[in-house]
Design a protein around this ligand. Structure first.
Ligand code: GDP
Length: 469
């Protein structure tokens, strides 16, 4: 191994030891020698800051480890070559030499929900199309965001077969020899295709798992990469939107979802909650760079036009960017028209230019931005902080983990784990604990996240042997 790698590895081990001794000494000190409440408060405040700095130093050392391990160029090459392969497979699927005889999967862009949700609907269709080796036909005339359809903004999904005949279509699952099968929304699909997220294809699974920290996110991102190829006008609009913001690097994107979501599908989160993580991100970068970051660029996307001004007023140390007109067009009452469509596309694009996202993954807007952001990094799995849900795909099959250690519950909220138990994951409480259901005991509750690993769902997809790079 490279010398720097071995040195860095020992360095991290030392820092971890030191962190533990520091924690134990302080906490045992408090137990041994009780402090007054005021003393304790001061002590803990300084203590938390010190722990954070030690933790950040270790994070930086870990990032450096990846720089010196000798595999960085390999990661770059592999990210490109794997993506190129999948893109070529999708392209081949979508461009049959004989349009007439090609099998098709038909989906409509008419799910009764917002842009993010509708795109996710189309992407679920795309994944099933890939899994069943049918070219995806996306019906989007009369789309509520843009009556002229999807293709006024994005490139058609097929060049060789742009307007196929849909005669004799049958509903999902149809039969293998049926030319056209129509797939409905995931919420009521029956039978449920085994290709649904979080499944990844077996023939590529080793490569995807080796490359990316969250394989299903990478897999989904590949379909977005193909589907959301902007037409020339839209590309120009997006380029101009980036240019006019004049971001400095690094840039953090925050998405503050309000209006109809609050109190129905998600809780209200104040600007301070987002900014706590934005501050932490910039602090980490300062430790990494060993110097202050003078301009701390933050892009603010929201459906609440007041958020940007609130950020600017309360956090003068940051340079906020945003589009107040876009936020206004995002209001529920005016949401489903061409203007607001352009607004949400720009917002998602700008969020996806960030180095880090702070948002609520209960919103499909931020989940899409995070998925698209993956295209810019070899492994962008940890470039986010969600204030609520972990990443998920609407309608997905169960997300599972496997216990790698036993766990004895310490209170009524916690559940027991035995090594090898399968857990259906409900979420992360972002305090060291996940919530989930243990399949063996059928109990639902909290368990320490570190006692588990992901149980990645690997499924046989077609392997497109005729497509080569
Ligand atoms: P979700 O409801 O947050 O899961 O996401 P959807 O995309 O399905 O629906 C929300 C819709 O609200 C979006 O598609 C937009 O039309 C609008 N919206 C929500 N947040 C924003 C935002 O930050 N910017 C803009 N421009 N529109 C937003």
């Amino acid at each position: 191994p490279p010398l720097e790698y071995e040195l860095m590895r020992r360095h991290i081990k030392r820092d971890l030891d030191e962190l533990w001794w520091f924690l134990r000494d302080n906490l045992e000190g408090v137990v041994r020698k009780p402090e007054t409440p005021a003393e304790l408060q001061t002590h803990l405040k300084g203590f938390v800051e010190d722990i954070q700095h030690r933790e950040q130093a270790m994070q930086v050392a870990l990032m450096n480890l990846a720089q010196v391990d000798g595999f960085e160029q390999w990661r770059k090459n592999e990210a490109k070559s794997l993506s190129d392969l999948v893109q070529k497979r999708i392209y081949t699927l979508q461009n049959p030499s004989d349009c007439q005889s090609a099998k098709k999967l038909l989906c409509s862009l008419n799910k009764g929900c917002g842009f993010g949700c509708q795109v996710h609907h189309a992407i679920y269709c795309f994944i099933v199309a890939y899994g069943t080796e049918r070219m995806l036909v996306l019906k989007s005339k009369g789309w509520k965001y843009n009556k002229a359809g999807f293709e006024e903004l994005y490139m058609p999904l097929s060049e060789t077969c742009p307007k196929p005949s849909l005669e004799g279509k049958r509903s999902w699952p149809g039969t293998p020899d049926r030319l056209v099968v129509e797939l409905g929304i995931v919420d009521s699909v029956n039978p449920r295709p085994e290709f649904l997220p979080p499944s990844i294809p077996k023939d590529l699974s080793e490569r995807i798992i080796l490359l990316h920290g969250d394989p299903i996110v990478w897999w989904v991102s590949q379909f977005l990469k193909y589907m959301l190829r902007p037409q020339r006008d839209l590309q120009q609009t997006l380029d101009e939107s980036v240019e006019s913001q004049g971001f400095s690097s690094p840039m953090v994107g925050i998405h503050v979802r309000r209006t109809d979501k609050v109190g129905t599908e998600a809780a209200f989160h104040g600007v301070d909650e987002y900014m706590k993580h934005v501050k932490e991100y910039f602090q980490l970068q300062e430790v990494r760079q060993g110097r202050p970051i003078v301009t701390k660029s933050v892009y603010v996307a929201s459906d609440d036009p007041k958020v940007l001004a609130e950020c600017q007023k309360n956090y003068p140390d940051f340079t906020f960017h945003g589009n107040p007109d876009i936020a206004k067009s995002a209001a529920v009452s005016s949401r489903y028209n061409k203007d607001s469509l352009k607004g949400i596309i720009i917002d998602i694009h700008l969020l996806a230019q960030a180095d880090y996202l702070v948002c609520t993954f209960s919103s499909q807007v931020c989940r899409i931005a995070y998925e698209i952001l993956q295209e810019r990094f070899t492994d962008g799995a940890d470039r986010f902080k969600s204030l609520d849900d972990i990443w998920y795909y609407g309608g997905q099959s169960e997300h599972q983990q496997i216990a790698i250690m036993d766990h004895t519950p310490k209170n009524r909220q916690e559940i027991e784990l035995k090594k090898g138990d399968v857990i259906g994951v409900a979420g992360n409480h972002w305090n060291g604990f996940n919530k989930g259901r243990n399949h063996r005991t059928n109990r639902v509750g909290l368990y320490p996240s570190y006692k588990t690993k992901e149980n990645i769902k690997i499924v046989d997809f077609p392997s497109y042997p005729h497509v080569e790079l």
